[in-house]
Write a protein that binds this ligand. Structure first.
Ligand SMILES: [Zn+2]
Length: 145
């Protein structure tokens, strides 16, 4: 489902095993699933399900915090798989969108509200038209750390 959401903005996803990862490849995003966010994010006073940044070499790096996704899925009665797909797409969005910041609505809203979680449950939490750019291929590395 993450592939479907990213397909909306013209991004083709190719999942790769860590062993197939070409270090330094510009189009690779490294996505890591962690059980919980780090302490600095935890103390923000709002639930953080993921984060993303670029390394000094330009590699996109994203994290999704699985335990937080599960908790929010339960709280808002959303399928964990659907919410995970949205959280992953949101973080990858930060790395591939022409305007990579948060938007006032849609998948790239900084903090999803109850209506957003309902949309996620229906598979309708997507990128808005603003900030989209024509397709670029992004390769994702699966990794567990
Ligand atoms: Zn964000």
């Amino acid at each position: 489902m993450t592939e479907d959401i990213l397909g909306d903005i013209g991004v083709t996803v190719e999942w790769m095993a860590p062993s197939d990862y070409a270090r330094g490849s510009a189009n690779v995003i490294r996505l890591t699933m962690l059980p919980n966010e780090g302490g600095a994010l935890r103390s923000r006073g709002q639930v953080v399900m993921g984060s993303a940044t670029r390394t000094t070499l330009g590699t996109g790096v994203a994290w999704v915090y699985y335990q937080r996704v599960l908790e929010e899925a339960e709280h808002y009665d959303v399928s964990p798989a659907r919410l995970l797909a949205c959280a992953m797409a949101h973080e990858i969005g930060h790395l591939v969108l022409a305007s990579p910041g948060h938007e006032p609505a849609g998948l790239m809203r900084a903090v999803w509200n109850a209506a957003d979680f309902r949309r996620a449950a229906m598979g309708q939490l997507r990128f808005t038209a603003e900030g989209r750019r024509p397709g670029s291929a992004v390769r994702l590395r699966e990794s567990q750390e």
